[in-house]
Design a protein around this ligand. Structure first.
Ligand code: DPP
Ligand code: ZN
Length: 876
């Protein structure tokens, strides 16, 4: 396959200034007419041909300046249209007519049908599956779109921008015209046509303009869009308040569809969403669903400025829009909910998804310099690490400096396709800061490790902190550069108060940030008033691995006294991780696991500290997962030993925690009308953790079944069901609850996804056969991405002992599914396959089984570029 390099970038020979499209929607005979006005760019030779991208297209006709093009003037294949002998003056129009069958489009890229609704997905390269075009993000054009369709089948005809005109046509058909005044790249194009219900609202912008808001969902599901609408209005207000950014069209529309490869898509003025991230009510959505909906509605809305008004020059710059927009949605959620609890969730996610990516064969920098399939770069690194990099800019510059840089970025680049360099330069110029070394974060793969040692000298009352940074080699990058790592810190005295050293020397320290900018640096703090405990990387200010042999007593001290709640959780988590790592090793060697009573005491202290919000206490009590432990172990992983060790620790904690858990279980009940607010959600989360410990301590499923039976909301119901299915698999109670759930929600695929996932994640070797059985039920469809992710995805990524069965059957199963799915939806198949990325860290037996499964995929005929790219890199 072809490999693309950042260094090959050059602008197109031609600019496309306007696009006027007509869609004649007619099932398998759908026709698209696209008339582009083009201009040859300065300095381009007059004999330069126009080369347009296509993907599996069928050309019906071609005209240049409205005259049918003669056959010798162009060459056409399904993937390319090359036109010669263009007008010497360099301005002309090209009219391309193509024929499409949207229902046959199983890739869900381009124009396709979901439950009968016509919809589009064009990022990254889907527009070329609709018409021949310069399908790249630096070609910005003004679009006018006319849609014609059957009145009964498609009463709604939507596209980007503002509505211009609508009317009747012969034969029960009608049309609508949309005009988007903002020049945009083709990946932001959208069309939706179908029969959907609508929820209406209005938002008045800071400058007093009124914007119509519309969310379209399946008929009958309108009430389930209320929370999404509320989140949208809060997002619009927040972007005005925090970044001074107002919406810029008369109408903002969101459409929920049930077949969608991604979470959602930020098409200008017409966001298309996976219905999973729109629909919510207490009976069908968990608190986590509500939080995701809020975050994703915000994310796509925020793209209007960071992505749409300023877009990417090329796909190597993807994190210019994604990292920045994730940072913005994280800040939004932190403002809407609890900031420290939100930060804990972000860091858990970063460590669960991005750290393993960065430590494995698929590692790449947030701004890569080469790719062979761009679909495979919508990664945790581009999104989550990209966001962490922006967060570090804010840490280094402070809130005011950060805002100045953002303002300058909008001032300079509004209406343009920009680069990471443009972005960084805006912050440098706005604040007079040199970010050259900092920018290495964008260009270097791998998670840095910072090794720390401290030495307190009582005589001089001074603390010396020695820091050393390193980054392990990643594919294609062996020599690593020295980075600028901003480390927030605190110095906690024995009474819990914070030391204020009279003198600081060594590495640069600004307020509570140490700037590590050399391989090895020291900081000396003097006149502290006693030996302090160093709390380092507060708020996870840098996305690094910290290697710091702090005593358990110091960790417990931080967990008790830090003023930064995130740091308290981090210390507790680190303490627990040590115990869990020991437990994994002991149980691998067949030895008995003992649990440090200090850990149990620290957990009990956090659980019963009523000054801490319930959501935080729930996080504090949630021990690192089996996958977290595997990641920390790093090599020779035996998932069964990890689980045995962790179960032993959980059992000991559960026994000791019983009285506290009992109390929390009673106190954290949320009777009365369900509210999805963060405080109520925190209580439900804490009660669910308490229920889980109690169920372990009591070794009895009855309490969980009681919660399941009495639950009046999906959060309580799903957490009880999970406890039943995972702690008491095969019990009468688990069987009864699973059947009751299926009976009640069997007609609602989004809810049944939870039922599929819970079963797919039930630990142990038997789950594989159960997953295969579920694939045969009416609840599963290989054609629907949500179903595939809920069942096969959850099994492969969320069930360490089931997927990594000792006999390798889990890997063989995944290989079969990846190959079957690849034939219809390569993007989905490739994503599923990334669950194998850490195969080299397994113990030898499993590793060989994994290699065999990967090799079988690699050897298969007719692989998509998506799967072939992932499998090659994974095996390399
Ligand atoms: N651009 C989308 C998003 O992340 C994904 N295709 O918002
Ligand atoms: Zn995005």
């Amino acid at each position: 396959g072809q490999v693309f390099h950042l260094s090959d970038y050059r602008p197109t020979d031609f600019a496309i200034e306007t696009v006027s499209m007509t869609f004649r929607l007619a099932g398998a005979d759908t026709e698209v007419v696209s008339q582009m006005t083009l201009r040859r760019r300065d300095g381009v030779p007059t004999d330069a041909p126009l080369v347009l991208d296509g993907d599996a297209l069928q050309l019906v006709s071609l005209a240049i300046d409205n005259e049918t093009a003669e056959g010798q003037r162009y060459e056409v294949t399904p993937d390319r249209l090359t036109i010669h002998d263009l007008p010497a003056d360099g301005t002309f129009s090209v009219t391309v007519t193509t024929k499409l069958d949207p229902a046959a489009n199983t890739q869900l890229m381009g124009l396709y049908r979901s439950n009968g609704v016509y919809c589009t997905q064009c990022e990254a390269e889907g527009f070329r599956r609709i018409t021949y075009f310069l399908d790249r993000p630096d070609v910005l054009a003004v679009y006018t779109v006319r849609i014609e369709g059957d009145r009964s089948e498609t009463p709604l005809l939507l596209s980007n921008g503002n509505p211009v005109e609508a009317g009747a046509l012969d034969g029960n058909r009608h049309y609508a015209v949309w005009h988007d005044p903002h020049p945009k790249p083709s990946y932001l194009f959208a069309l939706v046509a179908g029969d959907l219900g609508v929820v209406d609202d209005v938002f008045t912008t800071a400058s007093g303009r009124s914007v119509d808001l519309k969310i379209y969902v399946e008929h009958g599901k309108e009430a389930r869009a209320a929370y999404a609408m509320d989140a949208l209005k809060r997002s619009m207000k927040w972007d005005e308040d925090v970044f001074g950014l107002e919406y810029d069209l008369d109408i903002f529309q969101i459409v929920a569809v049930s077949d969608f490869n991604m979470g959602a898509m930020e098409n200008k003025g017409l966001n298309v969403f996976n219905d999973k991230y729109v629909l919510a009510d207490p009976e069908t959505a968990t608190d986590a669903d509500y939080a995701n909906i809020e975050a994703i509605i915000a994310h796509e809305y925020f793209h209007n400025w960071t992505g749409n008004r300023i877009t990417c020059r090329d796909w190597f710059q993807l994190c210019l829009k994604e990292g920045l927009t994730v940072y913005r949605d994280h800040e939004f959620s932190a403002d809407m909910r609890s900031r420290p609890v939100k930060r804990i969730a972000e860091v858990r996610l970063l460590k669960a998804h991005q750290f393993p990516e960065d430590a494995g064969p698929l590692a790449h920098p947030p701004r890569p310099v080469t790719y062979s399939e761009i679909n495979n770069f919508y990664t945790a690194t581009v999104y989550e690490k990209g966001s962490e990099v922006v967060r570090m800019i804010a840490t280094i510059l402070g809130a005011e400096g950060f805002r100045k840089g953002m303002d300058l970025y909008f001032e300079r680049h509004d209406g343009e396709a920009a680069t990471i360099e443009d972005f960084v330069k805006s912050f440098e110029d706005a604040t007079g800061t040199d970010l050259a070394q900092f920018a290495i974060w964008y260009h270097q793969a791998g998670t840095p490790t910072v090794s720390v040692s401290v030495n307190y000298d009582q005589r001089s009352d001074s603390l010396t902190v020695d820091l050393e940074q390193s980054v392990a080699a990643t594919p294609g990058e062996s020599a690593k550069k020295i980075m600028h790592i901003p480390l927030r810190f605190g110095l906690l005295l024995e009474d819990g108060s914070e030391a204020e050293p009279a003198e600081v020397s060594g590495a640069r320290v600004d307020g509570d940030v140490i700037h590590l900018t050399e391989r090895r640096q020291s900081v000396v703090f003097k006149s502290l008033g006693g030996r302090p405990v160093l709390s380092l990387n507060r708020g996870f200010s840098a996305p690094i691995n910290l290697s710091f042999e702090q005593s358990s007593a110091d960790l417990a001290h931080i967990a008790k006294h830090e003023s930064d709640a995130f740091a308290r959780w981090q210390a507790l988590n680190e303490f627990a991780m040590r115990i869990l790592l020991d437990a994994a090793k002991l149980s691998r060697d067949g030895r008995t696991v003992a649990v440090d009573p200090d850990l149990i005491a620290a957990l009990i202290a956090s659980a019963s500290d009523e000054t801490l919000e319930p959501a935080f206490r729930a996080q504090a009590l949630s021990l690192p997962s089996e996958a977290d432990i595997a990641r920390e172990l790093g090599s020779n992983i035996d998932p069964d030993a990890i689980k045995r060790g962790r179960d032993a620790v959980l059992a000991a904690v559960a026994q000791a925690l019983k009285p506290v858990a009992e109390k929390l279980f009673d106190e954290m009940a949320t009777p009365g009308l369900f509210s999805p607010d963060a405080i109520s959600a925190g209580k439900r989360a804490l009660r669910a953790v308490a229920l889980s410990y109690l169920s372990i301590a009591e070794a009895d499923p009855k309490r969980a079944l009681g919660v399941f039976d009495e639950a009046d909301n999906m959060t309580d119901m799903a957490s009880a069901l999970q406890i039943l299915a995972h702690l008491f698999p095969g019990s009468a109670e688990a069987t009864q609850a699973l059947a009751a759930f299926e009976g009640r929600f069997g007609g609602d695929p989004l809810v049944i996804d939870k039922w599929l996932s819970i079963q797919a994640m039930a630990p142990g070797a038997d789950t594989l056969d159960h997953v295969k059985g579920l694939m045969e039920t009416r609840h599963f469809a290989l054609s629907n991405p949500n179903r595939v992710r809920a069942l096969i995805g959850a099994f492969a990524s969320g069930n360490p002992t089931g997927f990594n069965r000792e006999d390798g059957a889990g890997y063989g199963f995944l290989a079969d599914q990846v190959l079957a799915i690849d034939a219809r939806n390569p993007q989905l198949a490739a994503r599923l396959l990334t669950s194998m990325r850490s195969w080299r860290s397994l113990e030898a037996g499993r590793r060989e089984h994994a290699r065999a499964a990967l090799s079988r995929i690699a050897a298969a005929e007719g692989l998509s570029t998506d799967v072939s790219d992932i499998v090659k890199r994974t095996l390399a």
